[in-house]
Design a protein around this ligand. Structure first.
Ligand code: AMP
Length: 284
């Protein structure tokens, strides 16, 4: 498996490997920030099933999506293990650029998906989705994949990127893979390593809230106020965890809805100690 460090190398590799794009022989891109776990593995596996031998995995801890007081400096970096995992799951190439490569000196161009970027995680992390959209746009423009794989785990990110791909007329299909969880329900996240033993237990309140809402919906409940209140009650059982948001929204606009219908997104974010975690479910 090759490791590429420059945008030009990625562009060349991609051009050489997406032989007949129009006939399903394009290439797949799996953007990540590294510290790969079974959630990322599921994306790489899905990509290599769809585009065997033509999967690029990018590993880049993108500084522009971190706020000034966030964890950019201490974000887990496990490059050798990441390469081994990516290769095992069928990646053909790793793209691991430097910050200077992605943001050349004097870089002044950003991609701002208006309105959506201020919702959910964007409301509590100003500038986060601008950083995400900017770096993913750079990756999609360089690699021109016909498929790009993302996790439902970051559902608001998916909404922002779907909008961006349509607006910029990029010729890439966004493929969304299900949330991979620990056996006890906790959604896998590179940030779970920050949790101490007590916080690891407290963190289960997120998936319990999701579970509770899924059961209510299955029993016929659809009203937003009732579903949000039920989730709030679950969170109240774990007062050490501080809720950031509990929202029922249209997955395309991220705008709140009054009742759940097919495809509506129920999403939560909460602080467990100093670690902010997210979880969600899509109704239907
Ligand atoms: P990250 O490295 O955190 O930027 O994540 C890279 C990609 O992996 C994103 O599309 C995430 O949504 C996806 N991802 C992260 N955690 C999970 C998970 N538990 N299940 C499925 N996909 C995930």
């Amino acid at each position: 498996m090759q490791i590429l460090g420059t945008v030009e190398e990625l562009r060349q590799w991609s051009r050489a490997h997406r032989c007949d794009r129009a006939n399903g022989a394009g290439m797949a891109l799996v953007p990540t920030m590294g510290a790969l776990h079974a959630g990322h593995a599921s994306l790489i596996r899905a990509a290599s099933e769809a585009r065997p031998g033509r999967v690029a995995v990018s590993i880049f801890v993108n500084p522009t999506q971190f706020g000034p007081n966030e964890d950019f400096a201490r974000y887990p970096r496990t490059f050798s293990a990441d390469c081994a995992l990516a290769e095992r799951e069928g990646a053909s190439v790793i793209f691991a650029p430097s910050v200077e490569e992605m943001y050349p000196a004097g870089a002044a161009t950003v991609v701002d998906v208006e309105a959506l970027s201020d919702r959910l995680d964007g409301a509590s992390r100003p500038g986060h989705f601008r950083g995400v959209a900017t770096v993913v746009a750079k990756l999609l423009i360089a690699a021109e994949p016909d498929l790009a794989f993302f996790g439902q785990k970051d559902a608001a990110q998916v909404a922002v990127l779907r909008r961006m791909v349509v607006d910029l007329r990029l010729d890439t299909k966004i493929v969304v893979c299900p949330i991979v969880r620990e056996p006890d329900g906790l959604a896998l996240s590179s940030r779970n390593v920050y949790l101490n033993a007590a916080e690891r237990k407290q963190a289960l309140v997120l998936s319990r809230a999701i579970d509770c809402v899924q059961k209510l919906v299955a029993s016929g409940e659809r009203r937003s106020v009732t579903l949000i209140e039920a989730a709030r009650t679950v969170f109240a059982e774990q007062p050490a965890v501080r809720v950031d948001y509990i929202e029922l929204v249209d997955w395309a606009t991220l705008w709140p809805v009054l009742s759940a219908t097919q495809g509506t997104l129920f999403a939560v974010a909460a602080w467990v100690g100093a670690t902010r975690l997210i979880d969600n479910t899509v109704i239907g």
